[in-house]
Design a protein around this ligand. Structure first.
Ligand SMILES: NC(=O)c1ccc[n+]([C@@H]2O[C@H](COP(=O)([O-])OP(=O)(O)OC[C@H]3O[C@@H](n4cnc5c(N)ncnc54)[C@H](OP(=O)(O)O)[C@@H]3O)[C@@H](O)[C@H]2O)c1
Length: 175
């Protein structure tokens, strides 16, 4: 099992624009699968394949707020989109759905709980970047899996605001 920060990013290293929007991401063409069911060159960021490998989900407060906004904008009741045990890292007093727990403090404690809940599967750090960085600071971030889009934003929420040396494992073209 691994702790993985998996996210999409702009070319200049932002995961959301300065209005906390992901419209630039959803407007990026090239996500269609080929007839074999692959994206681009092969095994790229395919959430259909990724999600079953995830045993626990960890998400920052602003990211949770974005998910909440997106999923309720038509006036529908909010339902957290993941079945896995999930943690929202926040100091806010949130009314969270079943299966979603709030956490505040040192991510080493959260990592232990999420790892146990994941039961041998991976722990997914959804974002944001500083939250992934807190896991990296504690030596608990195993993998960074980014889907880089050919868009520059100039400003926004940073991908991973730390100075880290990573090992490049694989690069594939998606669409
Ligand atoms: N491109 C993508 O695929 C992707 C992926 C993920 C997110 N996003 C976007 O990125 C944006 C959010 O990023 P963000 O950088 O603002 O970060 P975030 O991690 O979602 O939220 C940061 C907030 O989480 C809380 N927090 C973080 N660490 C904590 C800790 N150890 N204990 C308690 N609370 C803690 C703090 O809020 P409080 O103290 O106020 O609770 C902090 O201000 C959103 O717009 C989201 O949609 C995009």
């Amino acid at each position: 099992m691994a702790t993985i920060y998996c996210t999409a990013t702009s070319l200049d290293g932002f995961i959301a624009d300065d209005e906390e929007s992901l419209s630039w991401l959803f407007a990026t063409p090239g996500h269609d699968k080929d007839p074999q069911g692959h994206y681009g060159d092969g095994e790229t960021l395919d959430f259909d394949q990724f999600i079953p490998t995830v045993g626990a989900v960890v998400c920052g407060a602003n990211t949770y707020a974005w998910v909440h906004r997106e999923l309720t904008q038509g006036g529908q009741a909010f339902a957290w989109p993941y079945e896995q045990p999930s943690w929202i890292v926040t100091h806010r007093d949130l009314d969270l759905p079943k299966g979603v727990t709030s956490f505040a403090g040192d991510v080493r404690e959260l990592h232990a709980a999420a790892t146990e809940a994941a039961d041998g599967k991976d722990v997914w750090i959804v974002g944001g970047g500083d939250l992934a960085g807190q896991f990296a600071d504690a030596g608990l971030l195993d993998r960074v899996w980014i889907h880089q889009t050919p868009v520059t934003l100039g400003a926004g929420a940073p991908l991973l605001p730390r100075r880290l040396r990573l090992q490049r494992v694989r690069v594939e073209r998606d669409g």
